[in-house]
Write a protein that binds this ligand. Sequence first.
Ligand SMILES: NC(=O)c1ccc[n+]([C@@H]2O[C@H](COP(=O)([O-])OP(=O)(O)OC[C@H]3O[C@@H](n4cnc5c(N)ncnc54)[C@H](O)[C@@H]3O)[C@@H](O)[C@H]2O)c1
Length: 316
Amino acid sequence: MSGSTAIIGSGLIGRAWAIAFARAGWSVRLWDPAAQAAAEAQGLVAALLEDLAANDMLRGQKVEEVLGRISTAPTLSQALDGVDWVQENAPEKLEVKRALWQEMEPLAPAEAVLASSTSAIVPSLFSEELASRARCLTVHPINPPYLVPAVELVPAPWTSSDTLKRAEEVMRAIGQAPIVMRKEIDGFVMNRLQGALLEEAFRLVADGICSAEDVDIGIRDGLALRWSFMGPFETIDLNAPAGVRDYAERYQGLYENLFASMQRRVDWTGPVMEEIETERRQRLPAEQLGDRQRWRDRRLMALLRHRSQAAEEVGE
Ligand SMILES: NC(=O)c1ccc[n+]([C@@H]2O[C@H](COP(=O)([O-])OP(=O)(O)OC[C@H]3O[C@@H](n4cnc5c(N)ncnc54)[C@H](O)[C@@H]3O)[C@@H](O)[C@H]2O)c1
């Protein structure tokens, strides 16, 4: 399946979506209200595509082929003309999103799905007043979506099941791994999971139980080895002889006993940050943050190559 998409707002995430759609054969139109932003985005996308090609991440296509599917539109209505999918990537401010969606919705073709990349705004907050609100939802990627497949599909109470189904099909068709939520909630799924982990990580360091590096070892060299190819439910299904129920019966008590001591917040920017930041800056001086981010992206690409190779050799 392929089609055409309008990328509304061509900053960091808009550009990344342009790559994800164009790599999958979709034609992409970029629009941004800032003068030159869409044209600049095209240039930045070209550079990113070179990196992806060098890492064999363009699914056998040449940079020019993928880039040739991405154009810019001078106006919002020209960007939206005839498209099948609209991906909105405006700044994360409710009043900006509301005004933009009011303007965008009547201009978009009646059949198009309208999706917002918002990290934290539930879709009911920007779609309630819209005439065709049944085709509106949040489609929240992890940056950058052309490398990280998981994407959250968040319906408002009035999003139609047909819209959700089409969104799921489109995301699968471009190579993403959709999380199809049944209803909206603050934090969606992934930030709620990440938040639970981070809250405990801060508590452990604040209470003097272990260092920040020890927390990182526990994840990097422990739990995340499995988590990079299976989730916590599959993990516990395999960690008791008779599966997930057996695990719950054996170990629920252990976690239940911990629960009371986990009902307390630590201020992330309070005294604990002194210790965490000192430790981090000793391991990674501030001037090396940029290099280390590039290293992270290379490691991520290497991990993705390994994942598809392992899936072929060992099975999904
Ligand atoms: N950065 C991330 O890691 C990340 C991850 C997932 C989702 N998101 C979400 O994606 C959205 C965009 O974030 P970003 O990081 O790309 O920000 P960004 O600042 O890089 O880009 C925002 C772009 O929107 C443009 N813009 C400003 N007003 C606009 C309007 N009225 N209509 C259309 N475009 C407008 C700006 O000119 C800019 O190019 C936000 O909702 C954010 O929460 C970000």
